[in-house]
Ligand binder design. Structure first.
Ligand code: HEC
Length: 211
């Protein structure tokens, strides 16, 4: 009798063990299924600039933050498109704010390109000539916006998949981002990077990829 009881216990233990290892196998099979989401995320983690719009331009490149201060007091913002002039300076074209010291990307005065006393106004449009070190420029549009894009994907994919930036206008993003900010809790610098990224690549942004 005693022997039989021992045998039963051992076989019960064996069943438990094999069930446990079957469970382990299940787990390792489930894990790779979650992978595609991550690699899809990585594929889209660099924004694509509209080649037509960006042809022949170079961009303000700021290593940290979004502002580049120049000697004459002018501030230019990361990712701003620059047109090289013959004498080695750069021209920034945009729309001018009421006080004539701010140059914006589009007519709705939503995305800031530069702040300066030297903007030449022509109606609602404005032109600014700046001298910028080559180190502070980047010929590749995507590269110049990469840190903003990274910040967006880092802060804005924690709860849901990345939303398509080009699905919303600049104004829509102002509202949407405004309400998501309380979730994402960006610092001031992170906030500037994300908000510039959303506006630049919005449906009516300057860099939205051609469809
Ligand atoms: C703490 C979680 C959380 C974070 C972080 C977060 N969101 Fe959301 N977001 C939500 C929830 C919940 C919804 C509503 C459900 C949905 O649409 O997925 C939502 C919805 C949205 C929508 C759709 C809203 C609509 O009305 O169509 C957009 C766009 C969006 N988020 C953008 C962002 C952006 C940009 C960021 C980064 C600044 C961000 N989210 C960060 C939780 C979050």
């Amino acid at each position: 009798m005693k022997t039989v009881k021992t045998l039963l216990t051992v076989s019960a233990l064996a069943v438990t063990l094999s069930a446990a290892s079957a469970n382990d196998t299940n787990k390792t099979q489930v894990a790779p299924k979650a992978q595609p989401t991550k690699s899809a995320h990585e594929q889209i983690s660099k924004p694509a600039c509209n080649d037509v719009v960006t042809k022949g331009l170079t961009y303000v490149y700021v290593e940290e933050g979004t502002e580049l201060s120049l000697k004459d007091g002018t501030i230019v913002y990361s990712g701003t498109p620059l047109k090289a002039t013959k004498d080695g300076s750069y021209e920034i074209n945009g729309f001018i704010g009421k006080d004539k010291t701010k140059l914006y990307a589009t007519k709705n005065l939503n995305l800031l390109f530069a702040q300066s006393k030297n903007i030449k106004a022509d109606g609602e449009k404005g032109t600014l000539i700046v001298k910028i070190n080559k180190d502070d420029t980047e010929a590749n549009c995507e590269e110049s916006w990469a840190s903003s894009a990274d910040m967006f994907y880092d802060k804005c994919t924690k709860c849901h998949a990345a939303k398509v930036v080009g699905d919303h206008t600049m104004l829509e993003w102002e509202g949407l981002y405004g309400s998501m900010k309380s979730f994402a809790k960006p610092t001031k610098d992170e906030d500037a990077l994300i908000s510039r990224f959303l506006k630049a690549f919005a449906k009516d942004g300057i860099l939205k990829e051609a469809e």
